[in-house]
Design a protein around this ligand. Structure first.
Ligand code: SAH
Length: 401
């Protein structure tokens, strides 16, 4: 597939080329002076500064606030199958170099902007690839990219999970189904020797939270002989690591009955003893209050909530949510206990998250030290020119004894 050479032209307002010159990959609607030609959503446009300087090529989408996402800064580039094959090959080679396969059969192969492919995410679970398209540009090239992945990775199946909320913002319909091959009946990924059933068709995200891999391993190392509370446990990621790490007890809470069912199935898959594990289907905000009122205490608490702030516009409401659960978390800790607390909201910066947690500690009347600053695993890299890509941030805190 080749695009016609007479591309549309996107001309920026005076001064609005600055972020592009710093290689930020997004062009917001307010930065655009005019668009020449009649590009369809998803089509490639050439991007020019107001005085006519060439800046790069981008995928255009009139329906999104992010009206264009950069494919390339090279004038000689052409957006065609060879272009995407090159980008995908580079991303795959980068993952191979990280040697993640020695720890896990689940790997993020392509991470959108960070791999120069805005809107394209590809996760590997054994020999199944799950592709998630979140932009009109990636949508246009989805078949081309699927064919390239088929050729380079030879998977048994490529499954499409294009049903994230971000598609609505891009004006794209939801899509969920097999793209190529056949989906195996049961898919079990093995991460650091722990087996997890993955439901790529109905599970959250593409089926599993690969980004928390290293952070789960850390909890496994800290859990020995501890009473652990895992809030927002999904399919039991942190809980299973804690159980294998020798926790005395693990109470796991999630509001999704399906997630808890999968989590219990995962405990059985790993032949971990069920007596130490308790599962509770409840809203965490309420459950934490009840535990506080019952005067329950824990040695290690994990708070890994869903995205409270999809964009910066939701930051204030999200901040209240983070403050609330962290304050309650601090109150439930034994002296000397540890809190592993996360935010996966792109709209909440590292600094803001730390401030919110500091406020929660103050209000809870505890003194805490940062033991580790945490982030997503290495197969979820962040471009220096696109710090917004660092959506997952976490703190491992130890409260005073
Ligand atoms: N820690 C997990 C991922 C957590 S994802 C892992 O490592 O795999 C966030 C989870 O929070 C989801 O399972 C979702 O069902 C759950 N959730 C969302 N809102 C909730 C609420 N108010 N109370 C309890 N669980 C909630």
């Amino acid at each position: 597939m080749k695009e016609k050479t007479n591309l549309g032209l996107c001309i920026l307002k005076a001064g609005r080329e600055k972020s592009l010159l710093r290689r930020h990959p997004w062009i917001f609607s307010g930065a655009i002076e005019r668009v020449n030609g009649q590009p369809q959503n998803g089509d490639t446009v050439a991007v020019h500064a107001s005085q006519g300087t060439f800046l790069g090529y981008a995928a255009y989408n009139a329906l999104s606030k992010i009206s264009a996402r950069m494919w390339s800064w090279q004038e000689s580039d052409r957006m065609d199958a060879d272009f995407f094959r090159h980008k995908i090959s580079v991303a795959l080679a980068a993952r191979r170099a990280l040697n993640i396969a020695q720890h896990s059969t689940g790997i993020r192969l392509i991470h959108g902007e960070a791999d120069g492919l805005p809107g394209l995410v590809v996760d590997q679970y054994n020999d199944v690839l799950v592709i998630q398209i979140g932009s009109a540009g990636a949508e246009k090239w989805r078949k081309v990219c699927a064919d390239i992945l088929q050729d380079l990775c030879r998977p048994a199946c490529i499954y499409e999970r294009s049903d994230s909320d971000s598609r609505t913002l891009e004006g794209l319909p939801e899509r969920n189904g097999v793209l190529l091959g056949t989906l195996p009946d049961a898919l079990v990924l093995t991460e650091h020797g722990i087996h997890f059933g993955v439901d790529v068709a109905h599970g959250q995200k593409t089926g599993f939270y690969l980004d928390q891999r290293d952070n789960r391993a850390l909890i496994g190392e800290l859990a020995h002989d501890k009473d652990v509370l895992n809030c927002f446990c999904y399919s039991g990621g942190f809980s299973l690591y804690a159980l294998r790490g020798g926790a005395k007890s693990v109470l796991s809470i999630d509001s999704s009955a399906e997630a808890l069912q999968l989590a219990q199935h995962n405990v059985a898959l790993n032949a971990l003893d069920v007596e130490r594990a308790q599962w509770q289907c409840e809203d965490v905000f309420q459950a934490l209050r009840k535990l506080r009122d019952q005067n329950k205490k824990f040695d290690l608490i994990i708070l890994d909530p869903p995205k409270f702030a999809p964009t910066a516009a939701f930051a204030e409401k999200a901040a209240r949510g983070y403050k609330d659960i962290n304050l309650l978390g601090f109150k439930l800790l034994n002296p000397g206990g540890m809190l592993a607390t996360y935010s996966c909201s792109g709209g909440i910066s590292d600094d803001l998250f730390q401030k919110i947690v500091a406020g929660a500690a103050l209000d809870a009347g505890v003194e805490a030290q940062i033991v580790y600053k945490l982030h997503a695993a290495a197969d979820h890299p962040v471009l220096l020119s696109f710090p917004e890509g660092a959506y997952l941030k976490g703190l491992l805190l130890r409260v005073a004894g």
